[in-house]
Design a protein around this ligand. Sequence first.
Ligand SMILES: Cc1cc2nc3c(=O)[nH]c(=O)nc-3n(C[C@H](O)[C@H](O)[C@H](O)COP(=O)(O)OP(=O)(O)OC[C@H]3O[C@@H](n4cnc5c(N)ncnc54)[C@H](O)[C@@H]3O)c2cc1C
Length: 318
Amino acid sequence: MYKSIVIGTGPAGLTAAIYLARANLNPLVIEGVQPGGQLTTTTEVENFPGFPQGIQGPELMDNMRKQAERFGAEFRSGWVEQVDFSVRPFKVKVEGGDELESETVILSTGASARYLSIPGEQENVGRGVSTCATCDGFFFRGKKIIVVGGGDSAMEEASFLTRFASTVTLVHRRDELRASKIMQDRARSNEKVQWALNRTPLAVVTDENSTVKGLKVRNNATNQEELVEADGVFVAIGHTPNTKFLGDAIHTDDHGYIIVKPGTTETNIPGVFACGDVQDTRYRQAITAAGSGCMAAMDCEKYLEGSMVHDWSETLNP
Ligand SMILES: Cc1cc2nc3c(=O)[nH]c(=O)nc-3n(C[C@H](O)[C@H](O)[C@H](O)COP(=O)(O)OP(=O)(O)OC[C@H]3O[C@@H](n4cnc5c(N)ncnc54)[C@H](O)[C@@H]3O)c2cc1C
């Protein structure tokens, strides 16, 4: 039986593993389908403190893993299909049928950005296609950008990206936007923002050097194909937290994000903690994920010592 099982190996899970291992708790870390998490899908990471020249995403994650292994964290590949939270110790069922027992569980399964699933998209992630303006806007200084989406986050990303871009074209498949009026007004009053509404994205277009040149769209009014030219395409159509495998035992919000007691990583079940993007609807950055991974490990240590009072009553239930 383990004292702690960490589910997920992004910055949150690996930071939790480093802290738990250094506290002599020998955690088991389950990697999931994306060992190293989302940052393994990007190239340069320029905003993680401690790397003045930047660092490649996969290298940063590899370093974190080695750091956790150095202190005794055990790793296991595969994904978790189910966790039985109704028994103690908890039973963690891993792909293939193995059942592992643990006194505590740290949930760090992230939130996956939604993509358009069009040709040219996946192969250019990190090379002109992005889902994170805060992360990648800086790479597009003086360039033309497209933002795809019609909700608040698309408006926010578009407005933010005008700090860097020469123009930002908002592409949305409908004529009307889902975004709140205040967010729409903010984007509409920005003279760098242009609009390509009622256009369905068909493909990310690249030139012979595999450099992104724009987005092929269908104009739904004329049924004609058009090219919206740009150097970068930001897809802002939302995120899906990876919480389906948890069933109903863990409280989540309407979108599936885990609810934690404010200022902590405690979930509604004593001994189960959540960190990183899976419980974060606002920041979704590597450094905030790592920070909350540290918090989860420290909360977990306190729980195992018996010095944690679980008072969920202050937390609003969904
Ligand atoms: C292309 C791209 C570029 C980015 N660039 C930056 C950047 O420059 N700077 C920055 O700060 N942030 C950046 N981000 C955001 C950053 O990657 C995330 O905020 C961060 O990775 C979140 O960490 P996490 O540990 O919460 O989750 P994730 O990194 O999403 O990791 C989740 C982990 O959970 C595992 N998992 C999921 N479900 C299961 C399951 N059922 N069983 C077992 N394991 C499971 C996955 O395999 C994965 O290992 C970028 C994101 C993307 C997509």
